[in-house]
Design a protein around this ligand. Structure first.
Ligand code: HEC
Length: 289
């Protein structure tokens, strides 16, 4: 859902960002900017935490807690943390407008803030007043507003860009066709630059997990970069043999979503035979040179 290029049209023009850059302020703030950044992150996290607590209570969890008391505790907290997050955010923006304003996550954040303000309006209308009158049961409208607010976090997460990339190949693996086909079917989604990204890899928070898995997988073994491995091919082949032998790969979560990627005993035997012959004959990419 969130390709960084989606936000390009909304971005602040770089001339404006450059014009906003004030080096006097930048150098004055420089010694403290880590402190500001930290208070930005901590206050934003504390703010969201407070809201979720409130949502959960309104949705009916821990309903023995008195709402009025909870509101009295949480509201000042929400105002303070929101104020801190906004103030530190503005300070950080002007500390380095060119950098902050052109970052991939800047526009999603701005959209989030607008959505959150709309959420606040809905919350006030539907939930807050009624809930604080402490009727015998939480009114349904309050439950709705709480559910909307809580699911807003999931929706909002969709705005966070996850980088799904397929860089060009740097020398594909030389392997007999049946071996290549099996590897393509069972391993290439995480161990090559030819990942077939499934639709749910666009849905946060799954997207972050999948992108992370592919990045890790490519780092360990990348069949599209086999040509750049001359010194470590042998080691990688041995790893592959071991991972197959221990039935560690493909990971169970992947097998669950891709039943077709399971390796039959015949597939396994074919791969193992290929690894053995590559290791002994120093061919098929098994060479150490
Ligand atoms: C869903 C993504 C995914 C698929 C599909 C997948 N892997 Fe992996 N693989 C990973 C990740 C993530 C790592 C790094 C983390 C780890 O070692 O567990 C990894 C690590 C490895 C390693 C190095 C670590 C070790 O155990 O030696 C090998 C070898 C490997 N995979 C082989 C394969 C083979 C062969 C296949 C196909 C039969 C395959 N993988 C399919 C995600 C995947």
């Amino acid at each position: 859902m969130a390709d960084p290029s989606l936000y390009d049209a909304l971005r602040i023009p770089s001339e404006t960002l450059i014009a906003l850059d004030n080096r006097t302020y930048h150098f004055a703030v420089q010694p403290y900017h880590y402190l500001i950044r930290m208070s930005h992150i901590v206050s934003a996290a504390a703010f969201f935490g407070g809201i979720v607590l409130f949502d959960l209570r309104l949705a009916g969890i821990s309903s023995h807690t008195r709402l009025k008391a909870l509101a009295a505790d949480i509201l000042p907290w929400l105002y303070i943390t929101f104020g801190l997050a906004m103030m530190s955010g503005i300070l950080l923006f002007f500390y380095d407008p060119v950098h902050a304003g052109s970052r991939a996550y800047f526009m999603p954040k701005m959209i989030l803030i607008v959505l959150a303000l709309i959420n606040t309006l809905i919350y006030r209308r539907l939930a807050f007043g009624y809930a604080l009158k402490e009727p015998p049961a939480t009114p349904p409208s309050a439950r709705w507003a709480a559910a909307l607010s809580a699911s807003g976090f999931l929706l909002a997460a969709q705005l966070v860009p996850a980088r799904r990339t397929n860089p060009p190949s740097l020398g594909a693996l030389p392997a007999p066709p049946e071996v290549a086909a099996t590897l393509k079917r069972a391993c290439y989604d995480c161990h090559s630059n030819e990942t077939r990204w499934p639709w749910y890899s666009r849905v946060a928070p799954l997207s972050s997990f999948i992108v992370h898995d592919v990045r890790l997988g490519r780092k360990e073994v990348n069949f599209s970069e086999w040509g750049s491995y001359p010194a470590t091919r042998r080691r990688k082949l041995e790893w592959i043999g071991r991972s197959l032998h221990e039935e560690k790969m493909p990971p169970w979560s992947y097998r669950l979503m891709h039943p077709g990627a399971r390796l039959s005993e015949a597939d396994q035997a074919t791969l193992e035979r290929w690894i053995d012959s590559a290791l002994t004959t120093s061919s098929a990419g098994g060479s150490n040179e």
